[in-house]
Design a protein around this ligand. Structure first.
Ligand SMILES: Cc1cc2nc3c(=O)[nH]c(=O)nc-3n(C[C@H](O)[C@H](O)[C@H](O)COP(=O)(O)OP(=O)(O)OC[C@H]3O[C@@H](n4cnc5c(N)ncnc54)[C@H](O)[C@@H]3O)c2cc1C
Length: 395
């Protein structure tokens, strides 16, 4: 009888990347996804070179080139008057960090990972299977799942909880009271906007960041540049429940609700061109003392949900996947020791990225004299200097 597979709960970007990395290390995996169909939200995603390199090493280089768009630059602007504070040249990334900065429609990237996973015999994928809980003894791990046909028990060599912010694997690892998602006080509003409805000057192949008091907007073109993906992140200070009934707003309603009337006319026009801005309250969770217990571990948002100010949540999930693959590749190690090694390899870096993401949000949203000092510092550093500040992240 063959040995049981490693079960990965969750077929998001993190879970699929983990399956590919484990297959590369010669491990058999079963990915279980609670949804009937594997699909991502209709929004864009930036993938920086640190994650792009890993995807390329998984044999996805050509696919990434086909579905991604490489912005030439990252432009930082002041929201009130539209002034460019810095233009970071991104086209130097392949030479410096071994991969490009790319932007994707999330569904395209997820489908590319899924297609690759389906081509690999060592990866099985079951949808409509929800991980409920698990029990582990010294020599066995049983995972209880719920399917349309009823409950089932899966025997596994290990369980990887890649089941996102509200991870049930994490819940059953029992980290104690207080380990719940906490509303961050920020809401993201997301829209896909037809490029021909946007002001011509905002259709360039660039990622643009507009910083204003208490809010910022990021936008970039997707696919063949026919769509602009935009996200506005706002400090709303409201209890999360108060906005729960609002699922989306038109661009005009968003402008009035957020106070974007005081922002530059081009940006306002872009926001108003969005027919439907979807509300996305942002949550964090306490940092964990450990990610692995016995044969069970966590990956991606399940382990370290982070605010998206550095655009690193998925990138860090992909880094986790690569580290997990390496840890399980080493010969003669028990699964438990490999999962400890994975945790040791990843926890510090993920925590550093998480804290820097939080700090970045504070910096983006400064007001008054503090914002002026920030803008002065960005100008003084210039585009290359700003890019060099994040070299620790991309290399
Ligand atoms: C506004 C915004 C912008 C962002 N921009 C970027 C960016 O530009 N770049 C970047 O790198 N990151 C970005 N992120 C972060 C990124 O989206 C996430 O970090 C990433 O998608 C997490 O992937 P994951 O696989 O860990 O979790 P998820 O994508 O949440 O996937 C979890 C999967 O598990 C499934 N699941 C849940 N529970 C169970 C269960 N019990 N059993 C089985 N399956 C289950 C879910 O259905 C889902 O498919 C952004 C986030 C936001 C909110």
């Amino acid at each position: 009888m063959s040995s049981p597979p490693i079960v990965i709960a969750g077929a998001g970007l993190g879970g699929l990347a983990a399956a590919l990395c484990l297959a590369k290390s010669g491990r058999r995996t079963l990915v279980i996804e609670r949804a009937q169909t594997i699909e991502e939200v209709g929004a864009g995603l930036q993938i920086s070179p640190n994650a792009g390199r890993i995807l390329q090493n998984l044999g996805l280089g050509q696919a990434l080139q086909a579905i991604g768009l490489e912005p030439k630059a990252f432009r930082i602007r002041r929201a009130q008057d539209g002034q460019t504070l810095a233009r970071l040249p991104l086209d130097e990334a392949p030479a410096r960090w071994g991969a490009s900065f790319r932007v994707f429609h999330r569904a395209d990237l997820q489908n590319a990972l899924l297609d690759q996973a389906r081509r690999i015999g060592d990866i099985s994928i079951r949808t409509g299977v929800k991980c409920v809980d698990f029990t582990q003894t010294a020599d066995a791990l049983d995972i209880r799942v719920r399917t349309e046909q009823g409950p089932e028990t899966l025997t596994a060599a290990a369980l990887v909880g890649a089941d996102g912010l509200r991870s049930s694997v994490r819940a059953h690892m029992r980290f104690g009271e207080g380990d719940d998602p906490v509303y961050s006080g920020h809401t993201a509003w997301r829209a896909l906007i037809p490029a021909d409805a946007a002001p011509a000057c905002l259709r360039e192949r660039e990622t643009q960041l507009w910083m204003g008091p208490g809010a910022h907007v990021v936008h970039y073109p997707l696919r063949d540049a026919s769509i602009i993906s935009a996200v506005a992140i706002v400090e709303d200070g409201l209890a999360e429940e108060s906005g729960r009934s609002i699922l989306s707003l038109t661009g005009e309603a968003l402008t009035h609700t957020i106070g974007f009337e005081r922002w530059h006319a081009d940006l306002r026009a872009l926001i108003e061109a969005g027919a439907s801005w979807r509300r996305w309250p942002l949550f964090g969770r306490p940092e964990l003392p450990r990610w692995s217990k016995g044969r069970v571990t966590l990956l991606g948002d399940a382990a370290h949900p982070m605010l998206p100010f550095l655009a690193q949540g998925a990138a860090q999930a992909i880094e986790d996947a690569a580290a997990l693959g390496r840890a399980l590749e080493a010969e003669g190690r028990s699964v438990e020791t490999a999962l400890e090694a994975y945790q040791a390899a990843r926890m510090q870096r993920a925590a550093q990225v998480l804290r820097r993401s939080r700090a970045q949000g504070y910096y983006f949203h400064l007001r008054g004299a503090a914002a002026q000092a920030r803008d002065f510092a960005i100008r003084a550093l210039g585009g290359r200097g700003m890019l060099a500040r994040n070299a620790w992240l991309y290399r």
